[in-house]
Design a protein around this ligand. Structure first.
Ligand code: SF4
Length: 219
């Protein structure tokens, strides 16, 4: 690697907002959105992060994060694990005393992520068009501090997710989140399916889309 590039990550945006997803929903959080993703989910709401961004050094990123005065930090994307330096950034954030969350699509190995990081890992469902990319070996690396998220677009997705939850006994490993695709599947419908199936999963909605304009960046 180019010497100058060793310290650098391409960053789409760094912002401070209310955490909208996961069991951390509702808490103030600093988000570091890294550029690039090698998937193209049909429901993606961060396509602007596929290519846009600026090269920042680790020091510049840490300086910007520090300015918000918030101890909870999420590394997200795009797909943050596309950039190898994301692993080192998370370690630096942990060393600096932050509580660090990682949002990842579940198609890249999570085993090398610093053990102090809480990983929120998607398992992609069929309607998004990328379910075949899931790296199921990631499941064996999950800890009870991690979370698994399914984004559900229709009944087929729900049945697929329910089958995986049962097959891998996911709810015994960590919290499992079921989230409706915003604007496609009604919250009430997903709630009814979860209740009917007696699935011990946590339904979540993307809180940020109810607080702010659903199209707004940096939330
Ligand atoms: S993994 Fe995330 S960022 Fe990438 S296409 Fe899917 S939803 Fe968008």
């Amino acid at each position: 690697m180019d010497k100058k590039a060793e310290n650098i990550l391409k960053v789409n945006e760094i912002f401070y907002s209310i955490q909208g997803e996961s069991t951390y929903a509702g808490l103030p959080c600093v988000f570091i959105r890294l550029t690039y993703c090698n998937l193209r989910c049909a429901y993606c709401d961060t396509e602007y992060a596929f290519y846009e961004g600026e090269d920042l050094t680790f020091d510049q990123i840490l300086d910007r994060v520090k300015q918000f005065g918030c101890n909870l930090v999420e590394v997200t994307g795009g797909e943050p694990l596309v950039q190898k330096n994301a692993l080192f950034l998370m370690t630096l954030l942990c060393d600096a005393g932050y509580e660090v969350l990682l949002e990842t699509g579940g198609h890249i190995d999570i085993s090398r992520v610093d053990a102090r990081v809480k990983r929120i890992m998607d398992i992609k469902c069929p309607s998004g068009g990328e379910a075949d990319k899931t790296l199921f070996s990631n499941i064996e690396h999950l800890r009870n501090s991690d979370q698994v998220k399914f984004v559900i677009g229709d009944r087929r997705d729900f049945d697929y997710a329910a089958e995986i939850v049962r097959k891998y006994r996911l709810t015994e490993k960590c919290p499992v989140l079921f989230s409706p695709v915003f604007g496609k599947l009604e919250n009430k419908t997903l709630a009814e399916w979860i209740l009917d199936e007696r699935l011990p999963v946590r339904m979540q909605i993307q809180l940020q889309k109810y607080i702010w304009d659903a199209q707004r960046r940096g939330v």
